[in-house]
Ligand binder design. Structure first.
Ligand SMILES: *Cc1c(COP(=O)(O)O)cnc(C)c1O
Length: 375
């Protein structure tokens, strides 16, 4: 595998993370930072405060931002494994792979759980959710995925939150692929815990995830953690004790993230980033529809984060070949993950612009022509 230096041109990633980052974000990593050093620790504190600010929250309002080493999955597992008591039960709303992964986590951690399934192209039925919560008082926690990256479907986290709040349960949202680009009103949605990661819409590099949570909720989870390294309250206590990660910090990804946040605010925050991604998505759809592709989801539930396209029926279409030819031209797309349909996915997030989306659809047109595929 050929790895390019940051000064040369990398292939453009149309993936849901890790994604294309700016040259300046990559360059911010060309330093070594001591994990005990006061400057680094001050930076970590600053980043935690900026994350709260992006969410419209603050310490004064009773919220905390906790960074957790590892990928997004580690962050989700740290929440689920740290807050559900041994006599508690978590209801997991699932209409894709990330909901399914939370169920798998609960299984591994031997946490009592129940699945609330919806079809992959449908958002959860809120009346049915209300009934399930009313009928089962043993459910203490409810978890949902905001943008289910499996398909690109956008689940109504505020409306789900209203039902959860009415039922008086703790609400967890996996906002991995939406935070920073799709507005989330924490208080209106009644979110107790939200998880996202450095390398999605905030356009940092992989290395850590973060959890935004209501401090009082986390404090009452004392003693529930099933893991030492993923103990969420333990991690917060570590930061509060000496401003440090408990174990080796992802120093380079923190440096990159600091730069990514500067660029995020410079761009205009959640609204501007969301607008850029929405424009990317629009250009992508126009180009793909013009070529004759169909998207998997109905437009009413489709997010502007990532889009699933249905395979052409022409038997000359072979995804690995299609993928390789696009890669040769400098464009990296993503395979599908849906169980009921053959699809591939194209993300609209990361340091990509309308012109990149246009270039991609032109490259797709060329590849279809070369492969003699008709749509
Ligand atoms: C990316 C993503 C995750 C985490 O995936 P990792 O590969 O562990 O970073 C979790 N949930 C959603 C919705 C995601 O898009």
């Amino acid at each position: 595998m050929e790895l390019n230096l940051p000064s040369s041109k990398d292939k453009v990633l149309f993936t849901p993370g890790p994604l294309t980052t700016s040259l300046s974000v990559k360059q911010a990593m060309l330093r070594d930072a001591g994990s005990w050093h006061f400057e680094f620790n001050a930076l970590v504190l600053e980043i935690r405060e900026k994350l709260l600010r992006i969410a419209g929250l603050s310490r004064e309002k009773g919220y905390e931002a906790i960074l957790m080493q590892g990928t997004g999955t580690f962050g989700v597992e740290s929440v689920i494994g740290s807050i559900v008591p041994s006599d508690g039960k978590i209801l997991i709303l699932s209409n894709g792979a990330y909901g399914a992964r939370m169920l798998q986590m609960a299984g591994h951690l031997k946490i009592h759980s129940e699945a609330f399934h919806s079809a992959e192209d449908q958002t959860p039925d809120l009346d049915r959710l209300r009934q399930v919560l009313q009928a089962d008082s043993s459910i203490t926690h409810v978890a949902a995925v905001h943008c289910e990256t499996t398909t690109g479907i956008l689940n109504p986290v505020h409306e789900i939150g209203a039902v959860v709040r009415e039922a008086g349960r703790i609400y967890i949202v996996d906002a991995m692929s939406s935070f920073g680009a799709i507005p989330i009103d924490f208080e209106r949605a009644g979110i107790h815990y939200l998880i996202s990661s450095a390398n999605k819409c905030l356009e940092g590099v992989p290395g850590f995830s973060f959890v935004l949570c209501l401090r009082s909720a986390l404090m009452s989870s004392e003693g529930h953690a099933r893991s030492l390294s993923l103990d969420l309250l333990g991690q917060l206590r570590g930061f509060e004790k000496n401003k440090q990660f408990r174990y080796t910090p992802p120093t380079h990804s923190i440096l990159a993230f600091d730069q990514a946040l500067a660029e995020f605010f410079q761009e205009g925050g959640v609204e501007a980033r969301g607008a850029r991604y929405a424009a990317n998505h629009r250009v992508l759809l126009e180009g793909m529809f013009r070529l004759g592709f169909r998207s998997y989801l109905p437009p009413s539930v489709q997010s502007y984060i990532i889009t699933s396209f249905i395979f052409p029926t022409d038997e000359r279409f072979q995804f690995p070949e299609f993928y390789r030819r696009l890669s040769d031209r400098g464009y990296i797309i993503y395979p599908g993950k849906i169980s009921q349909a053959d699809t591939f996915r194209i993300g609209s997030i990361g340091r990509v612009f309308e012109s990149d989306m246009r270039d991609l659809t032109h490259a797709i047109a060329d590849v279809l022509h070369d492969m003699e595929i008709t749509l």
